[in-house]
Each structure stands twice: as C-alpha cells, then as structure tokens.
Design a protein around this ligand. Structure first.
Ligand code: PLP
Length: 390
C-alpha cells in the first residue's frame, strides 16, 4: 500500500495540460482537433536564441552554475528592469529558476502554513490556489469582475486583510482572462497596505510584455513602499516562446532571498546552464521577433473576441494582454465544463472550462489564441455550428 503525505491530497492541477492530453489522444486517432486549450505560444523560439543555446552547449556550458544563476544573466535581468521600469534593483536579489512556476512554489513554501491566509485572483492561474492549499495556508479568493475588465476591487481586498493575511498574489496581464490591473486600483491597494506592513505581495508579471494597443502594464515594482515585501515573478516562457526551455526569474526582497536560495539548493540546484546563456541573448539581442509575436497575438485575440461576441448566447470582452480570450457562455444554457467536453467531443475544438481557474470562472471558457488566424477562423465556425446545434 502506498502512503502519501496528507498535503499531497491538497495539490490541485492544471486542467489545460489535461485537456492537451485528451486533445493529443484524439488527434492520434486521426481526429482533426484544433487545440486552443494550451497556454503556450505556437511560435518557435527566435533563431538567435536557439543559436545562442546551441553555441553554449558547444562551448562547454555543461556544469552547475551558481545557485542563484549566472551573474551575466542576473545583470541582464537588472538591465532590462532598468530599461523598462526605470528602477534600480540589486542583482543579488534576482534568482534564476527553471520556469515561472518555481518562484511561486518557493514563495508559498516560505510563507504558507496553517493559520495564515493567502489571497489569490479568482478566476486565476490554478497553481496559485493549489500551492496555497499545499502549504497548509487558507486560500482567500480575490474576485475578478467581468464588468470591471477582470480587474479587482481594491477596497474589497483591503477589507479582507487581517492579522492572518501573509501574502497577496496578483497577476497582470492575467491568465485566463487577458485582463489588466489598472493603475488606480493598484494605487489604492498599495496605499492601504501601508497599514499592513507584514503582508507580502507576489506579482506574477510573466505576460508583462504581451500588451495590446495603448494598454498600460503597471508593474508593482514601481511602488517604492512595497520594495521590501515584493516578490516579482517573471520569465522567458511566454515572451520569447520558450515554455519548453524551463527558465524564469524571481526578484526577492532581502528578507526572502536567502530562503529562496536554500529552497533552490534543496530542489533544482540551479537552472540549466546553456539555457541561461541563451536567456541572456533573449534579453540583450534583437527584439523584432517579440514585436511580431505580440502583434500576432493582438490581431488574433481581437479577431477571436469579436467573432465570439457575435455568436448567439456568447459575450466576449477584448483582452488587454496575454493571449487568451475568456468569453461568457452562460446564456447558452450549458456549463463551462459541458462546453469544454462537448466542443472537444462533437466539434473537435479543445478549450478549457472557466471553472478550471476557480469558482469565479463559472459561465466562461478560456480560448488560447496560440494558433494562426485561419485556424482560429475554422475554430470559430466549428463553435458557431456547435452552438446552433445545442
Ligand atoms: N504564471 C502564469 C500566470 C502563467 O499563465 C504561467 C503558465 O501558463 C506561469 C506562471 C508558469 O510559467 P512557466 O511555464 O514558465 O513555469
């Protein structure tokens, strides 16, 4: 008999990866499945980055690197932050990790425990709640309202903060909604947090470069008063189409960087050496490919949101960033899970039920625009035919 720790039963999962598995199995049976379920860009990593990785392997980058990452890469991250946010940060507070997820894993292992509360966006990236519960802390949802462009109500958040609150998780641009947190909401939240100096904030800004039109991305780094309790999560997966390379970075406050390093020593040792060299090229090399990818996501999401909004029983907001649209399908009379299952079984289109992202996702589905326009057009006509048949 297998004995698992009790906390293993509190771990959640990422349904997008499960839907991907089902879609791939159907494809293997010869079904013409269009997969709009997975949260990964469909582009190849830009060639200059691939070449840098290839060269790094040829040059002998085969061993461990320092635990917190190559100095050259941490300097490149600091340079990038300076360019984009105009903020000076200490390279010794930047830790390179294998992907975006380890930063949240480490943050929750350090801050979550029974008796404390952690607030997280709902609907939101499912791993937040999963990790909060794994840590033993109580997960308190921050409702994101469709009527508010999927932003949050800072007064509502502040009214829930109490002596047990240890961490507030924010994500903008957001998965699964494509929503952006506005400057005025963040201003109010940060001002209110002055009364709660022991509450940490983890800002997941992994989609920060994927913003559309004149939408403004506000980084939590801009707020001086939060600097000593801000964990900033970012990485290469989405911006440079590098999900499979497994590389990301976290910026940690002085009070947590030592603990983060210890957790890295006890788990990954360090991020992959050759990938770290390639990641320097991603930051410092030409950015044309990033601009092209962001423009493509802009065009695809605006087409898809308008096409969905025209369908009977569907309402869809234009996202401000990331590459998802999150239509409201409640007027179809089907639940989001029913739509997910039936679209895959009957129309060969893989999408993810909104409830996979929390109770706040009920009545929605997430469509990832990680496919070309013609494929999206075909998917929209399949969805239209499906909805006419229900
Ligand atoms: N944060 C958000 C909001 C995401 O959507 C994802 C991936 O889907 C991640 C973090 C994790 O990124 P990575 O694949 O680099 O671990």
């Amino acid at each position: 008999m297998t004995h698992l720790t009790e906390r293993m039963f509190r771990l959640g999962t990422e349904s997008a990866l499960e839907v991907l598995g089902r879609a791939e199995a159907l494809k293997a049976q010869g079904r013409p499945v269009i997969n709009l379920g997975v949260g990964a860009p469909d582009f190849r990593t830009p060639e200059n980055i691939v070449e840098a990785g290839r060269q790094a392997l040829a040059d002998g980058w085969h061993g461990y690197t320092p635990v917190i990452g190559l100095a050259e890469l941490r300097e490149a991250v600091v340079w990038d932050i300076q360019n984009r946010q105009g903020v000076e940060v200490d390279p010794n507070h930047v830790m390179i990790v294998p992907g975006g997820k380890p930063t949240m894993f480490f943050a929750l292992l350090m801050l979550g425990e029974p008796g404390v509360e952690v607030m997280y966006p709902d609907p939101g990236f499912p791993i937040y709640r999963s990790m909060v519960e794994f840590s033993g802390a109580t997960a308190i949802p921050i409702p994101l309202e469709e009527t508010n462009g999927f932003s949050f109500d800072p007064e509502q958040v502040l009214s829930q903060v109490n002596e047990r609150t240890r961490l507030i998780i924010l994500n903008s641009p957001a998965n699964p909604t494509g929503g952006i947190l506005g400057r005025s909401e963040i201003d109010i939240l940060v001002a209110g947090l002055a009364d709660h100096p022991d509450v940490y904030v983890m800002s997941d800004e992994i989609y920060s470069r994927i913003v559309f039109g004149d939408t403004e991305h506000v980084s939590l780094l801009e707020y001086e008063s939060l600097r000593d309790r801000l964990i900033l999560l970012n990485g290469w997966s989405k911006t440079w189409a590098m999900t499979g390379w497994r590389i990301g970075w976290g910026l940690w406050p002085a009070s947590l960087i030592g603990g983060a390093e210890l957790l890295q020593i006890n788990s990954n040792s360090c991020a992959n050496a050759a990938v770290q060299v390639a990641a320097v090229e991603a930051l410092r090399g030409p950015q044309d490919a990033v601009i092209e990818m962001v423009n493509a996501f802009d065009e695809r999401t605006s087409y898809t949101a308008s096409a969905l909004d025209d369908l009977h029983g569907v309402r869809c907001k234009q996202p401000g960033g990331a590459f998802y649209v999150f239509p409201n399908i409640s007027d179809t009379g089907l639940t989001s899970k029913e739509i997910q299952d039936r679209l895959l079984d009957q129309a060969d289109v893989a999408v993810v039920a909104g409830t996979s992202f929390g109770d706040g996702g009920a009545g929605h589905i997430r469509i990832s625009c990680a496919a070309g326009l013609e494929v999206l057009e075909e998917a929209m006509s399949r969805i239209e035919r499906f909805l006419e048949s229900v």
